[in-house]
Design a protein. Structure first.
Length: 480
């Protein structure tokens, strides 16, 4: 069953229960009120008649129990009997001295109620009267000058009470059924309207494919749960679209990076196999092919590092590492390369700091950063390696006097295969993965890398790494 029909069923069921409960309450209140008014009316009529009843002349003044009673105004009994009320008056001896006119069928049996009345207790009860059926009877004592002289019984057919109650039951039944039908139809229409955006989301999701990721819902209306769901769906599509675009770009970049060395390999092989050549030519071709193979191996290794970092399975052998030792190692590795380009490579930092990290991975971070700095710094420039403390982090900087990076390129420097046009147009070698790998390694250590640069003013790359004896926290963006 669909959500729409389940909602309709739940709404209709709850409405049915509510209507039934309301009907029972209304019926009970009306029935209690009707029975109460009837009892009050019988009591009032009985009091009205009792005021007109007095004893007859007794045969023995010393025996009041044998006293008979009479009604001073018999027309009152006749008038009330004509309205359908049954009346019966009996004396203390149990003799009926007055009852309803012959037009009123049947007579009220005295029964235990009369005995209770002679004992001074009034009562209501429901009895069967011949030719009349069930009646509601009220029995009360008749007193005269403080003495009970008889019993008065007034009754009315129950039909006069149950008739209106029957009509009320049918009215409530029809009204409740009609209201339930209206509620069911209205609930279904409301469910249709409420779930229409969900159907739209479903159709959009089914229509979206790899080639149609640009579709969005753009749902308008009240800021309710459905609209927020649609907004979240659009945001998810934006993220998926961005991921697909990055994957497409990544695939294209990998294909491009692989195509160049493979094309060279293919060309070298075709030239070598075209005809017999001297051994020296073959050795030169094989040396060229080895370079291209090394380039492919380096590319695959870089991609493997990024894949492991993305999956969170980059293995780290964490232990305290002296920052000055790490920086001076990088200086020793690149001093000869810097000397070839007459670049001054300097180290600045005196504070003894230790970071918690994997030595091999951190060496690769510095290798990538220092290699970039020397590669894009012109002859006669300078590269400085500095370090200091920044709260709970060690801050390492690689500062060069190179040509700088354009502002529009800065947000993309850590994207895979990204190359800033002005900076790398004349560069040779490299895969465009070095900064992405360095950032992944830094984040795996609980740190990060930021780059500041301007065209013609050089570049500063800052690396934050948590200190070995510091609690875990995040480095403040942009440094102190």
């Amino acid at each position: 069953m669909s959500i729409r029909w389940r909602l309709t069923a739940w709404y209709t069921g709850i409405m049915a229960i509510s209507l039934a409960a309301l009907g029972v309450v209304l019926y009970a209140l009306y029935a209690n009120s009707l029975w109460g008014r009837t009892e009050d009316m019988l009591r009032a009529r009985a009091d009205q008649i009792a005021m007109k009843v007095e004893p007859t002349e007794p045969g023995d003044p010393n025996d009041p129990a044998d006293t008979l009673v009479k009604v001073e105004n018999p027309s009152l009994v006749e008038r009330l009997s004509a309205s359908g009320m049954m009346i019966q008056i009996s004396d203390a001896a149990g003799h009926v001295s007055r009852h309803s006119s012959p037009a009123a069928q049947g007579r009220i049996p005295l029964g235990p109620a009369a005995v209770r009345a002679l004992a001074g207790r009034e009562s209501f009860d429901r009895i069967e009267v011949a030719d009349v059926g069930p009646v509601l009877r009220y029995t009360s004592p008749i007193t005269h000058k403080g003495s009970i002289i008889g019993a008065l019984q007034v009754a009315i057919p129950v039909e006069s009470i149950e008739g209106p109650l029957d009509r009320l039951r049918w009215l409530l039944l029809f009204l409740g059924a009609g209201a339930l039908v209206v509620a069911a139809v209205g609930g279904h229409l409301l469910a249709l309207l409420a779930l229409a955006p969900i159907d739209r989301i479903t159709k959009t999701a089914r229509a979206i494919g790899a080639g149609s990721m640009g579709r969005r819902l753009h749902l308008r209306g009240a800021n309710d749960e459905v609209r927020r769901l649609a907004q979240a769906f659009d945001e998810m599509l934006d993220r998926i679209d961005g991921t697909f675009e990055r994957e497409r770009q990544f695939t294209a970049n990998v294909a491009h990076e692989l195509r160049t060395p493979l094309t060279i390999l293919k060309g070298e092989l075709e030239v070598a196999l075209r005809r017999e050549r001297p051994p020296g030519v073959y050795r030169a071709a094989m040396a060229s092919m080895k370079q291209e193979v090394d380039r492919l191996v380096h590319l695959v290794e870089d991609l493997l590092i990024l894949a492991r970092a993305d999956a969170g399975v980059l293995k780290l052998d964490l232990r305290p590492i002296a920052v000055d030792t790490l920086v001076r190692w990088a200086e020793g590795q690149f001093r000869a390369v810097a000397g070839e380009k007459s670049i001054a490579l300097a180290v600045e930092g005196t504070e003894p700091l230790h970071v918690l990290g994997d030595l091999d991975w951190l060496r690769q971070v510095l290798t990538n950063l220092v290699d970039n700095a020397i590669r894009y710094t012109p002859t006669g420039g300078a590269v400085r390696l500095t370090w200091d403390r920044d709260a709970a982090f060690a801050r390492l900087r690689v500062i060069d006097t190179g040509c700088g990076i354009a502002a529009e390129d800065l947000p993309h420097l850590f994207d895979r295969f990204y190359r800033a046009n002005r900076v790398r147009a004349q560069a040779s070698g490299g895969t465009g993965l070095g900064l992405a790998i360095a950032q992944s390694i830094a984040k795996a250590h609980g740190g990060r890398i930021e780059i500041e640069s301007r065209i013609g003013s050089g570049t500063t790359v800052t690396v934050w790494l948590p200190l070995a004896d510091a609690p875990e926290t995040e480095p403040a963006p942009g440094g102190p």
